[in-house]
Each structure stands twice: as structure tokens, then as C-alpha cells.
Design a protein around this ligand. Structure first.
Ligand SMILES: *Cc1c(COP(=O)(O)O)cnc(C)c1O
Length: 385
């Protein structure tokens, strides 16, 4: 996919960098809020997918809440101007400092992941004369049919409170006076592409919610987490996730009581496709066994997903369209897993060519590290180019 205009525009910009297509971000946000708005659903953006300040500024215009998994994320969301009453805070390892900060901010809900955590939040709230609103994160034992490293809702994952434990949790809650249970929360995994999985999740949630109701507990909200996939294989043809079908499934299958609100926490499907990692080819080499490698100036320190989850990203050479050669594309970090793709066909590629790694907006820059003492990647926005 030759793109001379783009290559020309960036010719003086140092690579590697993340390029964000702001128009696509807005198209995605419009579609997301249009489809969720049909049913009055509440969407919290999962900040860990990407906390680039410019992206947050755009996302904030759409009246979304935020899903946080650390105290610093709560702080980041508040500093970016998101209202505290739309912030939810999950995570199996909330520290005392993080809990105290979130209590002081009066966030919408702590999504609690263990019985011990309930005790800790209760006592920290009591010391401050506060009542913490919480939702129980319940592990519903649903197989999301995604990569095992991004699956979070099966019985043996570390996340959530087992549904077999709920009886004891309810008894415990009777004794915790500074906790107000307002909801239940689920998040079963990420990059879920089989819509049937969400339908199945709805059925499990209905059963669990009914059970709470029978115990006389009024839940004012249900939070079904995130996990909607994006298309990594063919991003150009599928730039926006199927929000219509996704929200429709919940509208049709999840039974809400009068006044009960339904919440979602979406990350990948909000920002995944608007980001592309742009790099230059440094070297061409052929191994002893005859494999041809392209070494680019981006690496696993800018985008760790291939090394961490064997994730696939479409890769294109924007500078050339001549020939067809099978290559491995690798970064320069001293790790054998620092490979972006194996045995992919690209045009004949030479030093200096611009290589685009697509669908890198989610869990790309937010997972960047300084391993090998490399620089953190810069961001370039389409409307500033
Ligand atoms: C990461 C995370 C999400 C977002 O998942 P996506 O697959 O990016 O939509 C939502 N909720 C919780 C609790 C998370 O940890």
C-alpha cells in the first residue's frame, strides 16, 4: 500500500512514533455513543488502553465515564477533566494509597475483587467518615474464546470474586457499615470476537442478578465490562467495531430492573484502530538458514503485543510497491521475541522505507517501556500534520 503523500509529510519526523488518525477516532466515538445512546447505556472508557492526553481530550467531548485500574489512572482521568462521578476503579491489587485517593474523589464505584479488599476499603472509609460505593466484581466462569493471556473471566483467573463465594460475601457485607453495595461487575476478557460469548455472559449475569434480588439486595447498576474486538487482520476494511450488534445483544438479552443502569468499559474498540506505529527500516539481513529479516527502528518497547501475546498486526510498506518477498519483521531489542511478524509478504524493502504497523492504538503506547534504555515513543496527530 503505497502512500507517497503520507511519506512525504513525515519525511522530517524522527521515527518510531505513533500516528493517530483523529478523524477515525471521532467516527468511532460517534458510532459508539450513537449505538449505546439508543438504550441509555453508560460507557466508561478503559483508560489503560491508551492514556495519551490528546486522545483523552477528544474522548472527553463524548460524555463518557472512565474505567481505571490504578490510582494514577483515576488521577489522570480527573486531571483530564472527566467527572469523578463517572469513574469506576477495578483491579485485584488496589493499594491503601490508591483507595484513599479514590475515596477522597468520591468516584462512582470501586469494583471489588476480593473479600479482603472489602474489609480494607471499609476500614479506610470508616477512618474518613465516608461510605464507599462498591460493585462486586464477580467471576462468572465464562470462557471468552480469546487468547489465554487476555482471558479474565474463567474460574481459575485471578480476577473477581467467585460466584460460589457470594453467600459468604453477602454475610460479610452486613458487618461493613462504610460500604454501600450498588452494583455487580463483570469483565471476562479482551479481543472477544464471537458475539455469542456476550450473549452467554448476559445469561450468566441475569442469573446472578436475580439471585441478588432474591436476597433482597437492590442493585442500582450492572457493569458488564469491555472486551469487544477490533479487526487486526483487515483494519482498512473494518475500521470501526460492530457497536450496533454489540449493544443490541445486551439490550435484547440482559434483563434490567426498572431504574437499573447498564454500564460498559470499552478500551480496545475505542482507540485500537486510530493508532498506527510508524517506523523506518534500518537493515536488511539474511540468516544462515536463508530467512530474510527486515530490522526496523520500532521494537517491542513501543509495541509489546506481538512479543507478549503473539498478537498479529497488519504491516505495510508505505514507500514501495515493487516485488513480493517473504520477510520476518523485527525490532532491534536484545530479545528473540522482539519480532513483529514472521513470513509475511511485502514489496522489496530497503533501508529507509517507511513501515506502518496497523491497529496499534490500544495497548501500544500505554505499554511502552524504556527497556534497553530506548526513548518512549512520540505521538503525531493527523490534524496537526
Ligand atoms: C482492560 C479492562 C477493560 C477494557 O477491555 P477492552 O478489551 O480494552 O475493551 C475493561 N474493564 C476492565 C476491568 C479492564 O481491566
Amino acid at each position: 500500500m503505497l502512500n507517497e503523500t503520507f511519506v512525504q509529510k513525515i519525511k522530517n519526523i524522527k521515527t518510531p512514533f505513533y500516528y493517530y488518525d483523529m478523524e477515525l477516532l471521532h467516527t468511532t466515538l460517534k458510532k459508539l455513543t450513537e449505538e449505546s445512546g439508543k438504550y441509555g447505556f453508560h460507557v466508561h472508557y478503559a483508560l489503560k488502553a491508551n492514556f495519551d492526553p490528546r486522545l483523552l481530550q477528544e474522548i472527553r467531548q463524548y460524555d463518557l465515564g472512565v474505567d481505571c485500574v490504578s490510582g494514577n489512572e483515576v488521577r489522570c482521568a480527573i486531571e483530564a477533566g472527566f467527572p469523578a462521578e463517572k469513574i469506576v476503579f477495578a483491579g485485584v491489587g488496589k493499594s491503601d494509597d490508591e483507595i484513599i485517593y479514590a475515596l477522597e474523589q468520591n468516584i462512582f464505584s470501586f469494583n471489588c475483587e476480593s473479600r479482603e479488599e472489602l474489609e480494607v476499603i471499609n476500614s479506610l472509609a470508616a477512618q474518613r467518615n465516608k461510605t464507599a460505593r462498591i460493585a462486586l466484581r464477580i467471576n462468572p466462569d465464562v470462557d471468552p474464546h480469546t487468547h489465554q493471556h487476555i482471558s479474565t473471566g474463567k474460574a481459575d483467573n485471578k480476577f473477581g470474586i467467585s460466584y460460589t463465594e457470594i453467600d459468604e460475601v453477602l454475610a460479610q457485607l452486613q458487618t461493613l457499615n462504610n460500604i454501600n453495595i450498588t452494583g455487580i461487575h463483570f469483565h471476562i476478557g479482551s479481543q472477544i470476537s464471537q458475539m455469542k460469548v456476550f450473549e452467554y455472559l448476559c445469561k450468566r449475569v441475569n442469573t446472578i442478578a436475580e439471585w441478588f434480588e432474591e436476597k433482597g439486595l437492590n442493585l442500582s447498576h450492572i457493569n458488564v465490562g469491555g472486551g469487544l474486538s477490533i479487526n487486526y487482520e483487515n483494519p482498512d476494511a473494518n475500521p470501526v467495531s460492530n457497536f450496533k450488534e454489540y449493544f443490541e445483544i445486551f439490550a435484547q438479552n440482559l434483563h434490567l430492573r426498572p431504574g437499573q443502569t447498564l454500564h460498559f468499559e470499552l478500551g480496545r474498540s475505542v482507540v485500537g484502530q486510530c493508532g498506527t506505529l510508524i517506523s523506518r527500516v534500518l537493515y536488511n539481513k539474511t540468516t544462515g538458514s536463508g530467512k530474510r529479516f527486515i530490522i526496523i527502528d520500532a521494537s517491542m518497547t513501543e509495541l509489546i503485543r506481538p512479543a507478549l501475546y503473539q498478537a498479529h498486526h497488519a504491516i505495510v510498506n508505505l514507500s514501495s510497491d515493487q516485488g513480493a518477498i517473504t520477510y520476518n519483521v523485527a525490532g532491534g531489542v536484545c530479545e528473540s521475541t522482539d519480532v513483529f511478524a514472521k513470513d509475511i509478504v511485502l514489496p522489496e524493502t530497503k533501508r529507509g522505507d517507511i513501515i506502518a504497523i496497523k491497529s496499534a492504538g490500544a495497548y501500544g503506547s500505554s505499554m511502552a517501556s524504556r527497556y534497553n534504555l530506548r526513548n518512549l515513543p512520540a505521538s503525531v496527530y493527523s490534524d496537526k500534520l
